[in-house]
Design a protein around this ligand. Structure first.
Ligand code: FES
Length: 102
């Protein structure tokens, strides 16, 4: 094992799971995961925070699989949030920005 510094001190996890049609559990991917990640990346880049301060990573599954929105986990938060990837994307961005000190 080898330890190296993390590329970014903060990491947002966005579920991008896309299960096959007919799967037992629903998937977050078809509910707008890619669009949400793209939006967050562009906004964080515009604010000069992308990469050195924060990254948004797509993961396969956060274990919630509600089918009611995209599962997102914020830095320092042990909870998983289920978000409307379109209607709540500004609120997601605001929550991420709130993790930064003034
Ligand atoms: S499919 Fe998104 S949390 Fe499981």
């Amino acid at each position: 094992m080898k330890c190296v510094p993390a590329a970014s001190p903060r990491l947002v996890l966005v579920c991008g799971m896309k299960r096959k049609p007919g799967a037992q559990n629903p998937s977050c991917g078809p509910l707008g995961s890619e669009e949400l990640r793209h939006f967050l990346k562009q906004e964080l880049k515009a604010q000069g925070l992308w990469r050195k301060q924060i990254r948004v990573a797509t993961v396969d599954c956060l274990g919630i699989c509600s089918g009611q929105g995209v599962s997102v986990q914020f830095p320092g938060d042990e909870r998983v949030w289920i978000v409307d990837a379109t209607g709540e994307r500004e609120a997601v961005l605001a929550r991420i920005l709130a993790t930064f000190p003034d």
